[in-house]
Design a protein around this ligand. Sequence first.
Ligand SMILES: Nc1ncnc2c1ncn2[C@@H]1O[C@H](COP(=O)(O)OP(=O)(O)OP(=O)(O)O)[C@@H](O)[C@H]1O
Ligand SMILES: [Mg+2]
Length: 237
Amino acid sequence: MNGSANDDRSSQARLVRIPSGIPGLDEMIEGGFPFPSVVLLSGTAGTGKTTFALKFLCKGAEGGEQGLYITTLSEPTQWMLRFASQFDFMKKDFFGDEIVYMDLGAHLREMDPPELLDSIEEKIAEVLPQRIVIDPVTVVGSMLKGDYRTFLFDMANRLKNWNATTLVTGEVNPGELYPPEISYAVDGIVLLMLSEEGGSRRKYLEVLKMRGTNHITGKQSIDITRSDGIVVLKARF
Ligand SMILES: Nc1ncnc2c1ncn2[C@@H]1O[C@H](COP(=O)(O)OP(=O)(O)OP(=O)(O)O)[C@@H](O)[C@H]1O
Ligand SMILES: [Mg+2]
């Protein structure tokens, strides 16, 4: 793993961090995401949440870390890979080995919150991932039998018991920043957004919250490229 070691001589134990895989982002967050932690990646449709999440997992896989990608969309692996494979960083042979794919979608309507959490934890115990993605967690709210808020709260707490950094993606409507039900239970919030500036619509990233981290605030321009996925452009810091 690429996290920096704790410094025993310092009175403040330094947080271990892992690289996000997003060029330009680690410089904004003191070197990477805290490990372990739970980070919400929020954005409206098509802002790049899945692209970000896949790059995060591929970055880990390149460094020998195990990844777990949990989708809630009932999409077969091949469907997701068909789009994702347009990116140069996506290595198909990661899937099944370094990155394990789990489709929760088929079970969402049948399960109550504790059952759903148990099935997620069973998979985590089997795969022992250092990087986990749940994409998109907001779908669960409209399908789950039982209380969504309780589910989110319990999920975030149970994820904290595992030695992993988890990215949960949240779909929001235009004008909203993040799904409020989960925001207080996570350690970090990264926003992806579309915004009008100078008459044209552009994509931006903003780090809204990152516990234990002196992060850059304010929205930064991003690009989505075939070679690297999401890239933070000319940072204003
Ligand atoms: N090769 C590419 N070059 C540039 N931009 C791309 C490329 N491929 C995809 N994109 C951009 O990425 C967007 C899709 O990104 P992604 O699927 O990661 O978003 P998302 O937030 O997960 O969307 P959804 O809400 O549908 O889940 C496309 O709408 C497009 O704007
Ligand atoms: Mg997506």
